[in-house]
Design a binder for this molecule. Structure first.
Ligand SMILES: N=CN[C@@H](CCC(=O)O)C(=O)O
Ligand SMILES: [Mn+2]
Ligand SMILES: [Mn+2]
Length: 325
């Protein structure tokens, strides 16, 4: 079971104590116990953190991502809450990796994600290294059953299709999934031509992975990409979305294990998140690889919080947030 976070994490500027139109996240979020959480009648997003960097460590990366869940919460706390009554945000706390027990932590996260889905809440998972995705996936698959088709959309500079023969890591998850699950398909956007070895491109082709290079995503091509994303979503029973923050240009997101000098702009990533999270087939979202230890003046954490806010707003919808067109 996740452990709840301290109330200190959810503090920030207060403009008014009662007028909802002046509320920020920290005035609205409800810290709840997953075990006792009722089935949601209202549209509800549920934050769950995954304090884990063991996958990054195993993948020879730079650790620090385990500190991201609470750092992202603190950055979210002061953002304005612009949703009408009847739209809720709950926080069920953090699952933490103990020592090198990555697989146990991923299982625990999967259990929690599946419980959230069964309570009609939309899981918003704050990673953690990108190994968070495997726990996220396990929870979604448990909830939808083995026969439903699942489209996994990854916004990432990397394929994460490495061999897991020795051990799973933050670079292996999609190969783990595709080699065991015939009903899952993988679409990754933002691939760096020189951020992946030829072996990984070959593996992507072998496993039927659909991918778009970062350099193909600028300008007018975005409309075609959004159309292809829409078609991918339509072709599956359910969809899940994962964001590997290192897909962003290193100038905007220096606080990641493997920065991308030619990465995407925040505005483009925002468009992708809005398009996918607004679709009714999309069940859940995770943000991974934010590393507060490597950050510069909190800018990656802040950007991570803003992109998480975009996902939450798109899931909850409403007059100002109808991104589904
Ligand atoms: N999560 C993925 N990480 C990348 C790291 C690449 C790098 O360190 O350059 C990968 O495994 O390919
Ligand atoms: Mn990546
Ligand atoms: Mn990744």
């Amino acid at each position: 079971m996740p452990r709840s976070v301290s109330a200190d994490v959810w503090t920030g500027r207060i403009d008014h104590t009662e007028r909802r139109s002046s509320f920020r996240y920290h005035q609205l979020v409800e810290r709840v116990d997953l075990e006792n959480m009722p089935i949601s009648a209202d549209r509800t997003c549920a934050l769950i953190g995954f304090e884990c960097e063991e996958g990054v460590r195993r993948n020879q990366g730079r650790v620090g991502a385990a500190q991201a869940p609470n750092a992202i919460r603190q950055a979210l706390a002061s953002l304005p809450w612009r949703q009408s009554e009847g739209k809720r945000l709950v926080d069920v706390g953090n699952v933490s990796c103990q020592g090198d027990k990555l697989e146990e932590a991923q299982e625990e996260l999967g259990q929690a994600v599946s419980e959230l889905l069964s309570k009609s809440a939309t899981p918003i998972i704050l990673g953690g290294g990108h190994e968070t995705l495997y726990g996220h996936y396990a929870g979604v698959r448990k909830h939808i059953g083995n026969d439903a088709s699942l489209g996994i959309i990854n916004i990432d500079a990397h394929f994460d299709l490495r061999s897991y023969e020795k051990q799973p890591s933050s670079g292996t998850m999609f190969r783990q999934i595709l080699e065991h699950d015939p009903n899952s398909r993988y679409y990754v956007l933002g691939i760096q031509r020189f951020g992946n070895t030829q072996e990984l491109f070959d593996k992507a082709d072998e496993l039927g992975v659909r991918y778009v290079y970062e350099e193909e995503m600028a300008g007018e091509r975005l409309q075609d990409i959004l159309a292809s994303l829409h078609a991918f979503i339509e072709n599956h029973d359910h969809v899940m979305l994962t964001l590997c923050t290192d897909v962003l240009n290193a100038a905007f997101a220096p606080g990641v294990s493997a920065p991308s000098p030619f990465g995407l702009t925040p505005m483009l990533v925002r468009s992708l998140i809005r398009a996918v999270a607004a679709h009714k087939k999309t069940l859940s979202f995770d943000i991974c690889e934010v590393n507060p230890v490597l950050d510069e003046n909190g800018r990656t954490v802040k950007l991570g919080a803003y992109l998480t806010n975009e996902a939450i707003m798109a899931f909850l919808g409403g007059d100002n947030y109808d991104f589904s067109t």
